[in-house]
Design a protein around this ligand. Structure first.
Ligand code: CA
Length: 232
């Protein structure tokens, strides 16, 4: 991908300027919108690579913007919002946002999230996540065709649910997946009891991926929200 085009959706001029100035330092191209309707129109006409989206917009809620854009586009959407409640994060992520940054945010963190998202786009374009491919992240390898996972060359002994969880996280590396999304994918439903089981399966999976505390952490817990596999 040559210089990515980023759509900044923010009604607060100082924050919009801060984000624009930050993107400029990295040579990213950007366009801006200060309300939801303009954001949707700009997204449709310019097809940006990433959308940075504020939730509190003057004409509509950012979650509605996500839902509308998701009806025709898979473009990554990173929410940047002052709402720090888990329920707000979950609503945005379940509506189809890829990531969530809480205001006030550091410029470094914004750039790190952008880089992670751009890596994921590049990997998807190269077909790294296509069926049958080998997934690699640090010392972790998954051979999707063979249905096996390896850590430092040693085969991991995973239960079928642990393996499914690992593949789901790996195919969405860098992205926070909500409890509801994960249980929906694994069990096809999302009861409270499934979310409780998910915690148990995730704990055993993490223990296998991180045999001692000094080994790299592959799975990050977002308390009250969900899990993310980090690119090591
Ligand atoms: Ca706002």
């Amino acid at each position: 991908m040559d210089k990515p085009l980023i759509l900044i959706v923010e009604d607060d001029p100082p924050i919009r300027n801060l984000i624009s100035a930050t993107l400029k330092t990295q040579d990213y191209k950007f366009i801006t919108a200060s309300n939801g309707e303009t954001a949707i129109a700009e997204a449709a006409s310019h097809n940006p690579d990433i959308m940075l989206l504020d939730l509190g917009l003057p004409d509509m809620d950012g979650v509605s913007v996500i839902k509308r854009v998701r009806s025709w586009s898979n473009m990554p959407i990173i929410v940047i919002s002052a709402r720090s409640e888990d329920s707000d994060k979950i609503a945005a992520l379940d509506a189809g946002a890829d990531d969530y940054l809480t205001k006030p945010f550091s410029v470094e963190e914004l750039l790190a999230r952008l880089r992670a998202t751009l890596r994921r786009i590049a990997a998807a374009e190269n077909g790294d996540f296509a069926g049958g491919a080998i997934f690699e992240n640090g010392e972790l390898n998954i051979d999707y065709a063979a249905g096996c996972a390896y850590l430092s060359g040693e085969e991991l002994h995973l239960t079928p649910i642990e393996y499914k969880l690992l593949c789901l996280l790996a195919r969405n590396v860098g992205k926070v997946l909500t409890h509801t999304y994960i249980t929906g994918k694994i069990w096809g439903r999302s009861w409270d009891s499934d979310i409780a089981s998910l915690r148990v399966f995730m704990a055993t999976l993490r223990k296998k991926l991180q045999p001692d505390p000094t080994s790299p952490e592959y799975i990050q817990t977002h308390i009250g929200v969900g899990y993310r596999m980090v690119k090591v």
